[in-house]
Ligand binder design. Sequence first.
Ligand code: ATP
Length: 361
Amino acid sequence: MTTVKFDQATRLFPGSERPAVDKLDLEIADGEFLVLVGPSGCGKSTSLRMLAGLEDVDEGSIFIGDRNVTDVPPKDRDVAMVFQNYALYPHMSVADNMGFALKIAGVHKDEIRTRVQDAAKILDLEEYLDRKPKALSGGQRQRVAMGRAIVRSPQVFLMDEPLSNLDAKLRVQTRSQIAALQRRLGVTTVYVTHDQVEAMTMGDRVAVLKDGILQQVDTPSYIYDNPANVFVAGFIGSPAMNLLEVGVQGDTMEFGSAHVPLRREAAGAAHQSGDAVTIGVRPEDMELVGDGQGLRTEINLVESLGADAYIYGVAKLGGAEHHVIARVDGRTPPQKGDLVDFAPKPQHVHVFSTATGERLP
Ligand code: ATP
């Protein structure tokens, strides 16, 4: 059983004012594919590097299985890391690159050959084993980097943006290959990316970080449907969720000319903090309604995808201008320059405290 546990793990770089990773509590199940995601600088690489032993843990502990590895050197942690730049040795063949860590560990060369062959078969690299990395495509190099991790049959795979050097098309292909491979091998995996689409499509669970602080950890679909705060709401989902500050009267909120019912608890919380809340509405939950029945919006861009279209507009709400994004039927979308009214589907409105950004009940 290979679980991973961050217990209040903290990293404060010398000279920094605030920790790069702040009291991280996170448990990863045996065989799970966990994705750490967040914007640049949020502390995801530092978290992964602490788990790998490449970065000091200033406070708290890290466990792999039952073993406290906080002070264990990297080579004794039984983890294998796949780096962003692959870190292949240019002068070595693919086979030697893949077997190098085993050679250093003193594994017999027949055993190395067998393990490299097995990994090459899984990764479709058999015909490239004698080539040097420079004679490979980007996708093949990426697979060699994966192969180097696989041959070691580690307890945990650690991957730091392993797809960032691939072009968009190859990235999509490779992400499903990696996810399928991980499921087949069943090795506990921690995967770092800044790309929320990658996180949502690959992870069994996703941990969202901001400024070194864990914001939410759950399955992709739960996070999509129940973002814990305004940051997660805006970060997960593409195009992004509409986030708008609206006034609340009684149990309804004012959305332009529409009065949209609000859950009683949320309305109660709004009244305690200035009769306003921040609502979140996904583009697919924003509906076109009749003139004068919603939030009047001027369309400034229509992005047609065939069956659907995304429309981008600007609306005035509470004296300020807001950008509004909606997904509508692609066959009869409004046109640039049109004035239309939008209202949210009431059952799909997310409500957040404007003061704290936290989700309201
Ligand atoms: P990216 O996606 O850009 O790689 P990240 O989420 O992986 O970002 P980290 O690399 O973990 O972020 O960095 C977290 C914070 O720690 C950042 O503010 C960064 O500037 C800082 N940091 C990282 N490494 C060091 C270091 N060696 N010395 C000082 N500060 C560092």
